[in-house]
Ligand binder design. Structure first.
Ligand code: FES
Length: 250
């Protein structure tokens, strides 16, 4: 795994939905190394811990990081101005494993949607299912269409797209693809994993955990997985964030 900490030039940092920002940062050495499902660890001045943000896209030396303001750190991040330098450790973690010739169903829930854009760009004719709580939180729909994905939008309250959960659509269309990749809140991942298991579909899920070092040197991001019949602890930052869904102990 090749990563480094370097300065990235902040190109833009715009609010694209309520409390959700789209940051573009340039570094021609590190940005092209990013694979789908990996993340960047962003230093926010005055905060001790970096913020882990999944890679939404990487193109022409520019990393796109779409994040939600959830606390003081991400609020400060949203105030960073274009033209300044951002200290970023990247690219980190193990991303989605994509095989040629397979049709993928990519599922994103809420702020788990952004990493599926870069993943969609690495797959052929994917079915992308995006789920949000309501209309005001919907993001990246045009980007997925531009990437050539077949796109389904669902909202919990029916204020945009289909009224329902991503798993309702997954169940209906389960025979149309070979494998599932998903990122989103834990209850959604658990439900997606259960549907895939019940239908014998391979499934990779990207877990979100609190992180500190981002490189496997502390224990903040530990998660329980089952390997060879034994339950062991692994690091979301280093062994993941993407895991085989069958191995994760929810
Ligand atoms: Fe330190 Fe994962 S964040 S081990």
């Amino acid at each position: 795994m090749k990563y480094d900490v370097q300065k990235f030039q902040l190109i833009s940092n715009d609010e694209i939905a309520e409390g959700i920002f789209d940051m573009r940062v340039k570094n021609e050495e590190l940005a092209p190394l990013a694979k789908c499902g990996q993340f960047a660890h962003v230093y926010v001045p005055s905060k001790t811990l970096r913020r882990p943000i999944s890679v939404c896209d990487s193109e022409n030396g520019v990393l796109r990081l779409v994040y939600q303001v959830k606390g003081e750190g991400t609020r400060l991040m949203s105030e960073m101005k274009s033209g300044t330098d951002v200290d970023i450790l990247a690219p980190l973690g193990n991303g989605f494993k994509i095989e040629k010739g397979k049709r993928y169903c990519l599922i994103g829930g809420g702020i788990g949607v952004p990493p599926m854009l870069y993943t969609a760009k690495q797959t052929e004719n994917p079915l992308v299912i995006t789920g949000f709580r309501n209309k005001s939180l919907v993001i990246l729909q045009d980007d997925f269409k531009k990437a050539g994905a077949e796109l389904v939008l669902a909202t919990d309250d029916g204020s945009a797209g289909v009224h329902g959960f991503v798993t309702d659509i997954l169940k209906e269309r389960i025979n149309e693809f070979d494998e599932v990749c998903a990122c989103g809140p834990t209850p959604m991942l658990k439900a997606v994993a259960a549907v895939c298991k019940g239908n014998n579909k391979p499934c990779q899920i990207s877990l979100e955990e609190r992180m500190a070092c981002g490189i496997g040197a502390c224990l903040v991001c530990a998660v329980k997985v089952r390997k060879n019949g034994e339950e062991i602890m692994q690091h979301v930052c280093k062994n993941g964030p993407v895991f085989n869904a069958e191995e994760v102990v929810f």
